[in-house]
Design a protein around this ligand. Structure first.
Ligand SMILES: *[C@@H]1O[C@H](CO)[C@@H](O)[C@H](O)[C@H]1NC(C)=O
Ligand SMILES: *[C@@H]1O[C@H](CO)[C@@H](O)[C@H](O)[C@H]1NC(C)=O
Ligand SMILES: *[C@@H]1O[C@H](CO)[C@@H](O)[C@H](O)[C@H]1NC(C)=O
Length: 444
């Protein structure tokens, strides 16, 4: 945003000063060779491919145009852009999405999903992260001596205090955002984008157990969130996603990676801070005791601690732990610093320029590339895509209410100690509020 804005003002300054002296601009034009730019088949275009022919600007974050193309609640995967369906089909047909991992189901709200006919979901071929199976390419640990600072479920009104604290203390961080919470809290989103050294990442559109969803529903939950972040950051494509409740498996991971180029991030310690303030929830002192134990323990592997920007209590628990991290010699890092790759797939961070993307997305949708996947209108398929999303918006109601929010929440099934964790009464209670999207009220 800063980059292109300053280029624009530079360009207009040049134009303005050139305007009164038409004579000199004519001589400049004459001095240029007939073809002063490289042709499209020149190798440089492979390195710095134009993102699209059309979308040079995006709707203002928070405006009706900005939210118009997005669903306000659980997305209907029949209505997703054709480009997403094409990319999913191509990945399935090339054998990149395993067909031998069944869709899971829950026997009761808030319980760990089960797989019919599968005795060992903690093993291949399912390798469910709910059952602590780690797949290649996922991030669970940080480098020795570092602590990954990440927050789930924002942006929310409670994020403001957290962002001030992160800014004042110069702390890198990663924020796994819920799509409908971005729609409902555009100011907090903008603050995160403009003022933090932060990775803006994906926590799905409506916070479901992802392994319980069909392939197409997985695509919808990820795609809309990526597209909204893309349209709100001048075309930056998020690189990381965290599955709600830590619930992913080989199938869901493959869809995230092959269709959207996403890396899955879990955690190795859990504060359970989502439940703070609830009747049977954890407490500030319990979280402080956990941090004391982790931060005075071994420095290998490094920590990735599950935290939330859900409530003043969860934010306060982080702020209280921060001096303990420092005094015990831990280095706070963001997920991008852990992975060693950039914050975005097509930009090093929120201020560095957007460049061509390589990897799965570069060739997605028969070479049309990421622009059509994330919805920037540049081709006939993207035009079809916006028609489709507009239809889905009118189906689900009008433009997003400015107070839309999802409570997010109980990412609680993956503490490091112990095996598969049975759902606690706590998570059941939480799920009661999660059962439906909460529009018009902030539950946390
Ligand atoms: C994203 O922004 C572009 C450019 O304004 C627009 O064409 C596209 O429809 C937007 N995407 C969605 C899903 O609204
Ligand atoms: C991290 O620490 C462990 C245990 O001390 C050590 O074996 C390992 O080599 C360290 N890793 C790196 C990259 O230094
Ligand atoms: C963003 O990335 C650029 C490299 O493209 C780097 O020079 C700059 O320091 C980074 N900014 C921050 C805030 O990390």
């Amino acid at each position: 945003m800063f980059f292109s804005a300053s280029l624009l003002s530079l360009a207009s300054a040049v134009l303005v000063s050139a305007h009164p002296t038409s004579h000199s601009s004519e001589s400049v034009a004459r001095a240029l060779p007939g073809a002063w730019h490289h042709t499209d088949d020149h190798p440089v275009h492979a390195l710095f491919r134009r993102q699209s022919s059309g979308a040079t600007s995006f709707p203002k974050v928070g405006s009706p145009e900005w939210s118009a193309g997005f669903p306000t609640a659980k997305p209907d995967s029949n209505q997703i852009p054709q480009a997403w369906k094409d990319a999913l089909n191509a990945a399935v047909q090339s054998g990149k999405i395993p067909g031998n991992v069944p869709v899971s189901r829950q026997t009761a709200p808030g319980t760990n999903p089960i797989y019919d006919g599968v005795a060992h979901p903690e093993q291949q071929p399912v390798c469910s992260s709910t059952y602590k199976c780690r797949s290649d390419g996922q991030l669970w640990d940080a480098p020795n001596g570092t602590i990954g600072i990440s927050f789930d479920d924002g942006p929310l009104p409670t994020s403001d205090g957290l962002y001030t604290f992160l800014q004042q203390n110069n702390i890198p961080s990663t924020h796994f955002f819920i799509g409908v919470n971005i729609l409902g809290n555009p100011n907090e989103f903008t603050t995160a984008y403009q003022t933090l050294q932060a990775d803006l990442a994906v926590h799905t559109w409506t916070h479901p157990y992802m392994t319980t969803l069909s392939n197409a529903d997985v695509v919808a939950e990820l795609g809309y969130t990526l597209a909204l972040i893309y349209n709100s950051t001048n075309g930056r494509l998020a690189r990381y996603w965290r599955p709600p409740y830590g619930d992913s498996d080989v199938r869901v991971d493959a869809i995230a990676r092959e269709v959207f180029g996403l890396t899955t991030v879990i955690w190795n310690q859990d504060t359970e801070d989502w439940s703070i303030g609830q009747a049977t929830g954890t407490t500030a002192s319990a979280i402080a005791a956990s941090f004391q134990k982790w931060l005075t323990g071994p420095k290998s592997p490094g920590l990735i601690v599950l935290e939330h920007e859900l409530s003043a209590g969860s934010v306060g628990a982080f702020e209280a732990a921060y001096p303990v991290m420092k005094s015990n010699g831990w280095q706070p890092v963001s997920v991008a610093q852990i992975s060693g790759l950039g914050t975005y797939q097509n930009a090093a961070n929120s201020t560095s320029p957007v460049v061509a993307v390589s990897g799965p997305l570069a060739g997605a949708n028969n070479g049309a590339g990421i622009s059509s996947l994330v919805g920037a209108a540049s081709s006939s398929s993207a035009a079809a895509a916006s028609t489709t999303t507009a239809k889905s918006a009118s189906k689900t109601g009008s433009a997003a209410s400015s107070t839309a929010s999802v409570a997010g929440g109980a990412d609680n099934s993956n503490s490091q100690s112990g095996g598969a964790v049975a759902a606690s009464p706590r998570s059941l209670a939480f799920f009661a509020t999660m059962g439906a999207l909460v529009l018009g009220a902030c539950v946390a």
